[in-house]
Design a protein around this ligand. Structure first.
Ligand code: COA
Length: 258
């Protein structure tokens, strides 16, 4: 079976990292295909949300494939780092909402992949960490940039400079993940989030996401301009009319994404 499995479930496209024997580590080939697949799914009209998860119950993803890297010279390492960084950025850059269903622990690039997603649900008992400094490198998939934006500089430094592995409970406490769920309820929790997303107008979700992503870190005035442009993108949509009509008629809206 392929080391990347893509399935359609309702309006969601699921990508499963499928190398459980190496804890779903990210090889260069896998990264190149992961990027292609994610970009392709993001462009499809019938996909509303992209979910990424891992096979097995040991780990979501153990990060870069360290065995593959062992034999690569420093001069040749760049292409490997570029591949993992580009794969992760394809999630960060996606117009559609992205969900990381973290079925187990996530380290290094595995956690960086999760950080690039909009939603992170982690299974109870798992651990997460950006462990690169323990390996003589630093995070190369956006971790030094995305983690401080998410949890603040002080806590990000604590995690990154010490290469610490923290529990799911701690990850929840510091806002690194949105939810921690016992394994028995994990699938149901992801399904509930997807069902909730399904009640929202797809163009609105995309426009709101774009406003947040493009405005974050800008001045308030610049951010407000960005918000206005994003708002306007929804103004002439059929779904806006449907939202208003459904409200007036007291029924749930049926959104079609245009
Ligand atoms: N790259 C390549 N192979 C990896 C890997 C990685 N990042 N992480 C784990 N593996 C391999 C192990 O070498 C082992 O292979 P083997 O069966 O041929 O010996 C197999 O996956 C299982 O690993 P193991 O450590 O026995 O499983 P575990 O369930 O007890 O622990 C982890 C899993 C993920 C906690 C542990 O393997 C680990 O800490 N990996 C490194 C994570 C990391 O620091 N990643 C950052 C990369 S920059």
């Amino acid at each position: 079976m392929s080391d990347l499995v893509v399935e359609r479930r309702g309006t969601a496209a699921w990508i499963t990292l499928n190398r459980p024997e190496v804890r779903n580590a990210l090889s260069r080939d896998l990264n190149l295909r992961l990027r292609e697949i994610t970009i392709d799914l993001d462009e499809r009209d019938d996909v509303r949300v992209i979910v990424v998860t891992g096979s097995g119950d040991k780990a979501f993803c153990a990060g870069a494939d360290l065995k593959e890297r062992r034999d690569v010279s420093p001069d040749d390492t760049g292409v490997y780092v570029n591949a993992i960084s580009a794969a992760i950025s394809s999630f960060g850059d996606a117009r559609k909402p992205t969900v990381c269903a973290m079925n187990g622990s996530a380290y290094g690039g595995g956690l960086e992949l999760a950080l690039a997603c909009d939603f992170r649900i982690l299974v109870e008992g798992a651990e997460v960490g950006l462990t690169e400094v323990k390996l003589g490198i630093i995070p190369g998939g956006g971790g030094t940039q995305r983690l401080p934006r998410l949890i603040g500089e002080a806590r990000a430094k604590e995690l990154i400079l010490l290469g610490r592995r923290i529990s799911a409970a701690r990850a929840l406490e510091i806002g690194l993940v949105h939810q921690v769920v016992p394994r028995a309820g994990f699938a149901a929790a992801v399904a509930a989030l997807l069902a909730e997303l399904d009640t929202c107008a797809p163009l609105s979700v995309q426009s709101a996401k774009s406003a947040i992503q493009r405005g974050y870190g800008k001045s308030l005035d610049e951010g407000l301009d960005i918000e206005r442009t994003s708002y306007d993108a929804t103004l002439f949509s059929d779904d806006r009319n449907e939202g208003l009509a459904a409200f007036a008629e007291g029924r749930p809206p049926i959104y079609r994404g245009h």
